[in-house]
Design a binder for this molecule. Structure first.
Ligand SMILES: [Zn+2]
Length: 184
């Protein structure tokens, strides 16, 4: 993580995560301001300086809003790798149709949830009422879509310096995020 640099747009929107070499060249070209450094120092012919951790572009880069494709990975990320029935956080997760396909349930943001194997087996293709399951929260399409990849975004959210610059992805409860951190 310390060799990666978070790049923000001029309006502080996270744009990218780049490597140190690229970040240093942006610094020397005068294209970015360094907002945070990490503890490492680099020595060059012209002197020594702290390595950047977060940089901000001086000129605004226009970017269209990214499209977030419905995928297993994006459902896992939205639900913070937490079973939406029992609240269990696990790496061994699956995707469940809340209203089963058999009963006309669609493959959409608001009908798919992250589910642990145990709950998945118990639920099978039955309705919530039948198995007496309740949802931790109603599934829906995330409102905020990060420019940076979900994996990088979730990793970045664990970096104490970067966290402040990363808008909250949908409304992942802070408590769940903490559980996730402990599990790693
Ligand atoms: Zn479960």
């Amino acid at each position: 993580m310390s060799h990666e640099v978070l790049v923000l747009n001029s309006d502080y929107e996270p744009l990218n995560v780049c490597n140190m070499k690229r970040a240093i060249s942006l610094m020397f070209l005068g294209k970015v301001d360094v907002l945070h450094t990490n503890s490492a120092i680099i020595h060059t012919i012209s002197g020594s300086f702290d390595l950047p951790s977060v940089v901000r572009l001086r000129r605004h880069v226009r970017r269209p809003m990214p499209e977030l494709r419905l995928s297993r990975r994006s459902i896992f990320a939205r639900d913070n790798y937490t079973c939406q029935y029992c609240g269990h956080t696990s790496k061994e997760l699956t995707i469940d149709h809340v209203i089963p396909k058999r009963l006309g349930g669609a493959t959409t943001w608001d009908n798919l949830v992250c589910c642990c194997r145990k709950c998945n087996t118990k639920k099978g293709d039955k309705s919530l009422q039948k198995v007496c399951f309740t949802l931790k929260r109603l599934p829906r399409r995330p409102k905020y879509v990060p420019f940076i990849s979900l994996t990088k975004y979730l990793d970045g959210a664990r970096n104490t310096i970067w966290r402040d610059y990363l808008p909250i992805f949908d409304d992942v409860p802070a408590q769940q995020q903490a559980i996730n951190e402990e599990g790693n």
